[in-house]
Design a protein around this ligand. Structure first.
Ligand code: NAD
Ligand code: DAU
Length: 339
């Protein structure tokens, strides 16, 4: 089989490529990535040595480039990871989120219609369900929870999901969608909570916690997300949405304190800063459907996963330090300078 993985030079897409190359060495993997600020070819260095791997620099919203790739590769499966993924950036500049996340998805869907595919898989997020209150821990997102978005990022991801489902119904395209909770692990760009806190704590810099730090996220080790997508795109029912999460809820403050303990750094590094506008309070996934239908269960406990992640950032300092040297400095100043 030939599988096109869009956004494969980013965090989850690259982990997914390594998962595929190891688990299904018989399949050909073609990574299509525009290499935005979040894409990094160094991440794919090892993959580049595989005979079954090809990298193509292209934008998913570029119809000509997408069609050309379909004509060259005759893919069986498309897995769409390509997206603008950071909520804070979507508050500053929403436009590119709509372009990539919605229009890009539509261009891919059109190519699937034109050339035919066995499966189109959309990598979506629990953020499409909005948020849950902090004082009702018995509530979870199920696949039937109404779409109710908070940020331009989540609205763009919800728009993409609706386009995918509309193409499935109207044009009978074989699609599936996974909506996953927060991931963490290797190759996570240091704008996101966990890698940002690890990289700053290592430099004894202040750790910017939004608001009171009581917001809750449901953390999943990235490899467990990869195994869920692999199962759904190969064995999941067509036209279905599957929630992915491991019942691993933590407040942001708990996460930051865990990182400080792992690194043996003091809590006085924590600085409370102005909250994110529209900040979602709690995400919590009910993963019963993917468990009951496909037998999926996460394999990595948070305590182990966070230890492995901290160790990865210690062992791969040049990977993230190179990122911190570039445009990132302006980004950090713009986002946190006056907070
Ligand atoms: P990321 O920002 O690390 O990577 C995104 C990748 O997409 C980058 O390699 C970038 O170069 C590429 N890209 C961006 N615009 C593109 C375009 N127009 N054409 C082609 N490539 C483009 O993101 P991530 O955290 O790996 O997230 C991947 C996907 O998973 C996204 O769709 C995101 O919404 C979803 N998701 C992420 C999480 C999470 O916790 N990170 C959780 C659930 C779902
Ligand atoms: O739930 C899935 C989503 O998880 C994905 O769809 C998104 O692509 C991904 O970025 C992530 O979104 P979040 O907004 O939850 O992740 P982020 O790492 O940006 O923030 C996690 C929490 O930490 C959130 O409550 C905001 C807080 N935070 C974040 C940063 C960057 C801070 O307190 N300080 C920070 O500096």
């Amino acid at each position: 089989m030939t599988i096109i993985v869009t956004g494969g030079a980013g965090f989850i897409g690259s982990n997914f490529i390594y998962y595929q190359l190891q688990k299904h060495p018989e399949d050909r993997i073609v990574c299509m990535d525009a290499l935005t600020y979040a894409g990094n070819l160094k991440t794919l260095k090892e993959a580049m040595t595989h005979d079954q791997f090809r990298f193509v620099k292209a934008d998913i919203a570029d119809r000509g480039a997408v069609n050309q790739l379909f004509e060259e590769e005759h893919p069986d499966i498309i897995v769409n990871f390509a997206a603008e993924s950071h909520v804070d950036r979507s508050v500053v500049n929403p436009e590119v989120f709509l372009r990539t996340n919605i229009m890009g998805t539509q261009v891919l869907m059109d190519a699937c219609r034109k050339y035919g595919i066995k499966r189109y898989h959309q990598v979506s997020t629990d953020e499409v369900y909005g948020d849950l209150p902090l004082d009702q821990p018995e509530l979870f997102f199920t696949e039937d929870t109404p779409i109710h978005t908070s940020s331009p990022y989540s609205a763009s991801k919800a728009g993409a999901d609706l386009i995918v489902l509309a193409y499935a119904r109207t044009f009978k395209l074989p699609v599936s969608i996974t909506r996953c909770s927060n991931n963490y692990g290797p190759y996570h760009f240091p704008e996101k909570l966990i890698p940002l806190m690890i990289s700053r704590a290592l430099a004894d810099e202040s750790l910017p916690v939004y608001g009171t730090g009581e917001n809750i996220r449901d953390w999943l080790y990235v490899e467990d997300h990869c195994s869920a997508i692999d199962l759904v795109m190969r064995k999941g029912r067509e036209g279905e949405v599957y929630n992915v999460g491991g019942h691993n809820e933590r407040t942001n403050l708990e996460v930051v304190r865990t990182i400080l303990r792992e690194l043996d750094k003091p809590e006085r590094l924590i600085h409370y800063v102005t909250d994110r506008p529209g900040h979602d309070r709690r995400y919590a996934i009910d993963p019963a459907k993917i468990h009951n239908e496909l037998g999926w269960l996460p394999q990595t406990r948070f305590d182990d996963g966070i230890r492995m992640t901290v160790q990865w950032y210690l062992d791969n300092q040049s990977w993230w330090q190179d990122i911190l040297k570039g445009d990132y400095q302006n980004y950090y100043q713009q986002m946190y300078g006056n907070r």
